[in-house]
Design a protein around this ligand. Structure first.
Ligand SMILES: Nc1ncnc2c1ncn2[C@@H]1O[C@H](COP(=O)(O)OP(=O)(O)O)[C@@H](O)[C@H]1O
Ligand SMILES: N[C@@H](CCC(=O)OP(=O)(O)O)C(=O)O
Length: 373
């Protein structure tokens, strides 16, 4: 049963700025290629929300899927070069289809193709932020996708669910809507048999035991439900509530928000620097902390000193972001190191006053540290 009028659904229904993400399987036909009718239906729903006064950023997958049929490729290719070639052909078709469809409402669209670097590197992050807010201020609808043709295997987002969650934080969205080919989150993949529908996720305990598959039914998308769940966690940590439903229900999702699964926003909205540090930046290594150090940094919000670190891994330099783990291997925080990986091992376990003068500093300063538990 849908929890009508819950605070999360009310917040989504009232959102002024929203990011809407649509998956490949919701834009293409079974034979391959774009499905203009489904794309128009999505744009109808977006235009209604825009007419009601909201600002909408669309994160649209579908470039690879849209490029397959025109290139005579029958199935989604596994190798990166063919995926990139398909995306290169498909992205133009996709952008063109949106231009035509939004034109029915006299709306302009602006194509924004992002690489992981654009959202995880601080200087690029602010640039992407400025471009998106200027597009919104000018009344255009930003249509975002990963810049598939230039992204290498190592630096790819690979899934647009995560990209959409990062964009939601980037633009300070009030809600993130994830539109897929399934109407809600279930406790198991509904394709595999009876599964219970989940209406509302208030916290981690509500998704305990949920089996989220990592491949979609269509074979066109990437990541399956697992990547949507991870994206919902990311957005929730950024203070953004999430609604997950099918593209077929886009109108209802963008209207009363009384369909699908609603994920509550967890806690307060982090500043962009702390969100970047805690969730978006790439990490270059790990530090294992003893129990006293975990309590100091997580509970008492203190800086991390060399005395509380037992081991380090990775190849990093001062200024890199590291994962801070407890002795069971659980990541308890992320932070910026003040030391290179080459000099840190010799300092471990030593109290700060025993260190040479030029090394008497915190390993991670409290201001550069985001607890994650
Ligand atoms: N626990 C679950 N609840 C709902 N759907 C699930 C679950 N586990 C796996 N799935 C599958 O995930 C698919 C959606 O993933 P995907 O095809 O990657 O979507 P998209 O292309 O929209 O990004 C659904 O078709 C559904 O069968
Ligand atoms: N950037 C890729 C989409 C990758 C992706 O996440 O796809 P999907 O799982 O359908 O949202 C493309 O446009 O084909």
């Amino acid at each position: 049963m849908t929890v009508a009028g819950s605070p999360t659904r009310a917040a989504i229904a009232a959102a002024r700025v929203m990011v809407v993400k649509v998956g490949s399987s919701s834009l293409t036909t079974a034979e391959g290629g774009l499905d203009p009718a489904r794309l128009d239906a999505l744009v109808d729903a977006l235009a209604a929300r825009l007419a009601a006064g909201s600002q909408v950023i669309l994160v649209s997958s579908g470039a690879i899927a849209a490029g397959l049929a025109p290139l005579g490729i029958a199935r989604r290719p596994r190798d990166l070069a063919t995926q990139q070639a398909a995306a290169s052909v498909g992205q133009i078709l996709l952008a063109h289809a949106y231009v035509e469809s939004f034109a029915r409402y006299s709306l302009q669209v602006g194509q924004v193709l992002l690489t992981a670097d654009d959202v995880v590197r601080r200087s690029h992050y602010r640039n992407a932020q400025r471009t998106l807010s200027r597009l919104l201020a000018l009344g255009a609808v930003p249509v975002v996708n990963e810049n598939d043709t230039v992204a290498t295997e190592e630096i790819r987002f690979g899934d647009n669910d995560r990209l959409a969650a990062l964009v939601a934080h980037l633009v300070g969205a009030d809600a993130l809507i994830l539109l897929s080919d399934v109407d809600a989150l279930y406790d198991g993949d509904p394709r595999l048999g009876a599964a219970r529908r989940i209406d509302e996720v208030a916290g981690e305990s509500d998704v305990d035991g949920v089996r989220a598959g990592s491949t979609g039914a269509s074979g066109l998308g990437t990541g399956g439900m697992a990547s949507k769940l991870a994206a919902a966690r990311l957005a929730s940590a950024a203070g953004v509530p999430v609604l997950l439903t099918s593209a077929a229900q886009a109108k209802a999702a963008l209207g009363a928000a009384d369909v699908g699964t609603a994920f509550a926003a967890g806690g307060r909205r982090l500043t962009s620097r702390r969100f970047w540090l805690g969730y978006a930046a790439d990490t270059k290594g790990t530090l294992t902390l003893d129990d006293g150090a975990v309590a100091a940094v997580v509970t008492r919000r203190r800086s991390l000193l060399a005395a509380g670190i037992t081991t380090t891994t990775g190849d990093f330099v001062a200024g890199d972001v590291l994962e801070l783990r407890n002795t069971s291997g659980v990541t308890v925080a992320r932070g910026i190191t003040n030391f290179d990986s080459a000099e840190l091992p010799a300092l471990l376990g030593h109290s700060t006053q025993d260190l040479p003068l030029d090394q008497r500093r915190e390993v991670v300063h409290a201001d550069d540290l985001v607890p994650l538990i």
